[in-house]
Ligand binder design. Structure first.
Ligand SMILES: [Zn+2]
Length: 283
């Protein structure tokens, strides 16, 4: 099928961005939406990204989303949002509140993960429902400002995306295998992008001087790229032994004494492993 997917609003902090409570709507719509795009692409469908990151106003953002959706014929347009205002549960908006199969199934599939089911509702006044030509649904996954947010964090964006995918297509989601990066540049860029390292040049030098460091960065990069489940934990491990133990448990490293030794001798390596592990534990 040809599906248009919109990750809600603009990026966080910009004009037109989403609601912020215990979780940030603009961040989580992208986590769910991008995971959903990957699942549809892996399933052999044509995916059209209808997300607009930067706009001068909410109106400009909404108009651009509809322009992206209406550039090609679509079988379905899906806009992902999170609700605010103190309620609980999942709801899906369609034109006239039409509970067409995909809309009703998406609503009960997300609710089935542990949220209340608020049902399919009339979204005729919502801009992206009214101004898109394709059959459209706007999903309010759950509320950002109640204990829904805790449930969401435990479930994770990937499982939400899998539930939406399965509900729409009627087939199980197939997450793609992630090809391992081998180039030092690619590996370090990825670690930098995820906030695990700050000085890519420093690590460039260390990787070329020491193959253990290169392999650690490579395996860590592979782990963080292929990890599938969001399990949020907030406390950061500081103890060398705890860090090594957890990385070993996750099979990112295999020789604990070697890495404990590295961490004792080299503060940069300590911070690399500490920040790398923290990323693994919080995504
Ligand atoms: Zn929203």
């Amino acid at each position: 099928m040809k599906i248009g997917i919109n990750c809600g609003h603009t990026v966080s902090g910009q004009p037109g961005c989403g609601a912020v409570g215990f979780i940030d709507e603009s961040v989580e719509t992208r986590n769910v939406g991008r995971a959903l795009m990957r699942l549809f692409t892996n399933g052999g469908h044509s995916v059209y990204d209808c997300t607009n990151d930067y706009a001068d106003s909410t109106g400009a953002n909404l108009a651009e989303i509809c322009r992206l959706a209406n550039r090609q014929p679509l079988d379905l347009f899906v806009s992902i949002h999170f609700n605010a205002g103190g309620g609980r549960g999942t709801e899906v908006y369609t034109y006239g509140g039409n509970p067409f199969r995909e809309a009703a199934d998406v609503c009960s599939a997300i609710a089935g993960l542990g949220f209340g089911n608020r049902g399919v509702k009339d979204g005729s006044t919502l801009y992206v429902i009214r101004h898109t030509s394709a059959r459209a649904m706007l999903i309010e996954v759950c509320f950002v400002d109640t204990d829904d947010a805790d449930k969401y964090k435990n479930i994770g964006a990937n499982r939400i995306a899998e539930a939406i995918y399965t509900a729409i297509t009627g087939t199980a989601a197939k997450p793609a295998a992630v090809t391992e990066y081998t180039g030092t540049n690619d590996i370090l860029w990825e670690l930098h992008h995820r906030g695990i390292i700050t000085d890519a040049n420093l690590w460039m030098k260390k990787c070329s001087a020491d193959k253990n460091i290169y392999w650690f960065c490579r395996k860590l990069c592979q782990y963080v790229r292929s990890k599938n489940r969001a399990e949020y934990e907030t406390d950061e491990y500081e103890d060398i032994h705890d860090i090594a133990w957890d990385l070993n448990y996750r099979k990112v490293i295999s020789n604990m004494p070697l890495w404990e030794d590295y961490m004792k001798k080299d503060a940069n390596v300590y911070w690399l492993l500490r920040k790398g592990l923290h990323w693994c534990r919080t995504h």
